[in-house]
Design a protein around this ligand. Structure first.
Ligand code: CA
Length: 227
């Protein structure tokens, strides 16, 4: 699965350039032209990282960052601020509002990509790791194998992808729609209750050798890997 980046930038030419370069580097890029649009886009589909322009019309970049930090679902969403040269105090405030890093305009694409990689590595080691672990469950991406307490579990392809997604973000609650997008893809039409069916199968398989149920059902919200 490609890491996804939401670019929040009102300068169309820069937004287009960013999108082009991110896609070239193997990222999935989405663009929002202002803060409101950004919040809607995030609500609809959680990106892996947000590139947030400091100067935005209506809702400022700082305000967007503050809102993201105040909501449980987006509290740990990595944010890189894009600031103009000379906004030194702004830069500081940017980090105080919870941005993970900042890049000063004009920046080179190589520098920006390196920062994105660094933030993703630091915050979501799961995106790059060959092996994911949650308590006694280990998912080996190279061998495509899942074990619990060292015993191999046999998951169907959908259950495997579902587990892989949940293990990348332990503790985060995903709605059925978000899981559909992440596991089945946003261009596929699948009913949301299909998610329940596969979560049920995944649970059953995870508990075949005993152990507690690691998947929490959050009433009217969705699912989360959380014991
Ligand atoms: Ca701007």
């Amino acid at each position: 699965m490609k890491p996804s980046v939401l670019v929040v930038e009102d300068e169309e030419a820069l937004a287009t350039l960013l999108r082009y370069n991110l896609e070239k580097e193997g990222y999935e890029a989405m663009v929002a032209a202002d803060g409101e649009e950004a919040m809607l886009a995030i609500d609809e589909r959680m990106p892996d990282v947000v590139l947030l322009d400091w100067m935005l019309p209506n809702v400022s970049g700082v305000e967007v960052c503050r809102r993201l930090r105040s909501q449980r679902e987006t509290r740990n969403l990595p944010v890189i601020m894009l600031t103009a040269r000379g906004e030194e105090s702004d830069r500081l405030r940017g980090l105080e509002t919870g941005a993970d890093d900042y890049v000063v305009k004009p920046f080179s694409m190589a520098e920006l990509i390196a920062r994105i990689r660094a933030v993703l590595r630091r915050i979501r080691p799961g995106l790059a790791a060959d092996q994911l672990q949650y308590q006694e469950i280990v998912l080996d991406r190279v061998r495509h194998r899942v074990t619990r307490n060292g015993r191999e579990l046999h998951l169907g392809p959908t259950e495997y992808r579902l587990l892989e997604h949940l293990m990348q973000y332990p503790g985060r609650v995903f709605s059925r729609e978000q899981l559909l997008d992440a596991v089945w893809g946003s261009d596929v039409y699948v009913e949301t209750r299909t998610v329940d069916v596969h979560v049920g199968r995944l649970r059953k398989t995870l508990m075949t050798e005993g152990g507690s149920d690691p998947i929490r059902t959050v009433r009217s919200a969705g699912y989360s890997l959380q014991s």
